[in-house]
Design a protein around this ligand. Structure first.
Ligand code: PEP
Ligand code: MG
Length: 534
């Protein structure tokens, strides 16, 4: 019996899977047979691109939600002749078609990989995928077929490969990868277990494997003992999930009968298609940065209006909180954000929006127009001083007047603020013009503990249940109760079942959570007895 091997990584998508290990084939083994003339080589490349585009179109037809966006990005890249004409120039200069294509794409990929932004780094894998799909067409090699139920092990995985496989019973183990990457996001959405960041290691060619989301590990050639521990944990996980799902469509209530409002966090408006509106009390945070990070540049008024309207149309009259663009910090946007030495303490969120009124006004107009389709609440990010709120309200009033002047239907929404800068939580009374508050525990924690949220080494500090953070949350909840102002929390802490009890103990009665955690959060709340709180 071989000795079991356990490799630790990070759980990108919770869950358990057991099956044969399936290692990714090495794409470098593909070889291209050069043609007799340079024109024939160029034609071979164009044909391969056409074939890859057709394959991508097929995948789009079968895909849903975010997957469609990723594939459409790839299709747009394939159809844009910048890459093909650069590669044809290199063929003319004497390179083989495969080498020329690889050279052009690798240069582009290197640009994405060196970005400071997780979003763009994660997008590099979309381009690698696109490069390899054209190479596969050029060399006549089919896409690799992964057996169903297998544990797929690779350095990273391309979205198209992920999307073209039925992962039922199987899972994904990546030596690299990131929890914020596209495949991680898609795997979470579909409930496919995935562990990333396993690091480099030699693995046996044939082995049975366990993917254990609780242990955050990949186990090869497991012993009987490890197998029974795994089975027990897997059973507990599926029972917890099954029980939690029973709570999803019920109102959230603590054991002592306190009603808790559960809202949902979204980014892409397409996400609402998979969330039953009856499961939530509305949208507590719609992040709009994704609209601003499109490859096509900053979004116009119509694109934004339609995105906001889509969510309001889905909401069945429940409140929808849309946050104005929160670019900067860990979310740079080309053509908008500035290069700074300390972006987390820089021109980000509302500071950046007010500094660029020509960009902010477009979003404001789209929001004012969308507001007629439901109960819209507009939330300003990273507010630090009351003047920022005053200035934003003035801009909303000016744009409303200009829309009224030309007879365009619109409505003034409630305007509230995120509480993510300590200055707001320390003296909330100064922000009495805010119609509501929503606590951004991710940023509030990083600013209270002076621990960057994207630095894994500081994870032991960046905890939302730190007593100092909880004390500030309590101050804001107390202000809300005293003044009759709505206070909610929309940071990741609201989805973390190990922190919810402490959050409710501060006096909070409203949480905005990840869609995949609605049932779990409600079932956790049902076990909390606020009368027993200190
Ligand atoms: C937060 O800071 O908690 C928050 C919800 O905003 P974001 O994570 O988008 O910065
Ligand atoms: Mg924030």
């Amino acid at each position: 019996m071989p000795t079991p091997l356990e490799f630790k990584g990070q759980t990108a998508s919770e869950g358990f899977a057991a099956g044969p290990l399936w290692m990714a084939r090495n794409e470098a083994k593909l070889s291209y047979q050069p043609k007799d003339t340079c024109e024939a080589d160029q034609q071979a490349l164009i044909d391969a691109i056409t074939q890859a585009s057709a394959r991508t179109t097929e995948l789009i037809a079968a895909a849903e939600g975010d997957a469609v966006d990723i594939l459409e990005f790839q299709l747009a890249m394939l159809e844009d002749d910048t890459f093909s004409s650069s590669a044809c120039d290199l063929i003319e200069a004497g390179l083989n078609a495969d080498v020329a294509w690889r050279e052009v794409l690798d240069a582009e990929i290197a640009g994405y990989e060196s970005s400071d932004d997780d979003y763009f780094r994660a997008r590099a894998v979309d381009l690698q995928d696109l490069r390899d799909r054209v190479l596969a067409a050029l060399t006549g090699t089919d896409m690799q077929t992964i057996p169903q139920g297998a544990i797929y092990l690779a350095d990273d995985i391309a979205p198209s490969l992920f999307l073209s496989h039925d992962w039922t019973g199987g899972g994904i183990a990546l030596r690299d990868g990131s929890v914020t990457g596209h495949v991680a996001m898609l795997a979470r959405q579909r409930g496919i277990p995935a562990i990333v960041g396993l690091g480099a290691f030699e693995s046996p060619e044939a082995a049975s494997a366990l993917l254990d989301g609780d242990r955050q590990s990949l186990i090869l050639a497991p012993s009987e003992d490890l197998i029974s521990q795994f089975k027990l944990a897997r059973q507990q996980f599926s029972e917890t999930r099954k029980n939690a799902e029973k709570f999803a469509d019920k109102p959230a209530r603590t054991a002592d009968g306190t009603a808790i409002r559960i809202l949902v966090n979204i980014a892409d408006p397409a996400e609402v298609e998979t969330i039953p509106v009856t499961h939530v009390d509305g949208v507590g945070l719609m992040r709009t940065e994704f609209l601003f990070a499109l490859a096509t540049g900053l979004p116009g008024e119509e694109v934004q209006y339609l995105a906001y309207k889509k969510v309001l149309d889905w909401s069945a009259g429940k409140p929808v909180t849309i946050r104005t663009v929160d670019a900067g910090g860990d979310k740079p946007v080309d053509g908008f954000t500035e290069t700074e030495t300390n972006p987390f303490l820089g021109v980000r969120g509302i500071r950046l929006a007010l500094k660029n009124p020509e960009i902010f006004r477009v979003q404001i107009r789209a929001l004012l127009r969308a507001a007629v389709h439901g109960q819209l609440k507009v939330m300003l990010p990273m507010v630090s001083v009351p003047q920022e709120l005053d200035e934003a309200i003035l801009l909303f009033e000016a744009e409303a007047a200009s829309l009224a002047g030309v007879g365009i239907v619109h409505r003034m929404p409630e305007i509230g603020i995120m509480v993510e800068v300590p200055s707001v939580a320390i003296l909330p009374d100064r922000f009495c013009r805010a119609a509501f508050f929503s606590i951004g525990s991710n940023d509030l924690t990083q600013y209270v503990l002076a621990a960057a949220r994207d630095n894994g080494q500081l994870a032991y500090l960046a905890k939302a249940d730190d007593p100092a953070v909880l004390a500030l949350i309590g101050k804001v909840a107390e202000y809300g109760a005293r003044q009759g102002v709505d206070v909610s929390l929309c940071g990741d802490a609201g989805s973390d079942t190990s922190v919810i009890e402490k959050l409710l103990a501060t006096g909070l009665t409203s949480l905005s959570v990840a869609a995949s955690r609605i049932g779990l959060v409600k079932s956790e709340i049902a076990q909390i007895d606020l009368r027993k709180m200190p």
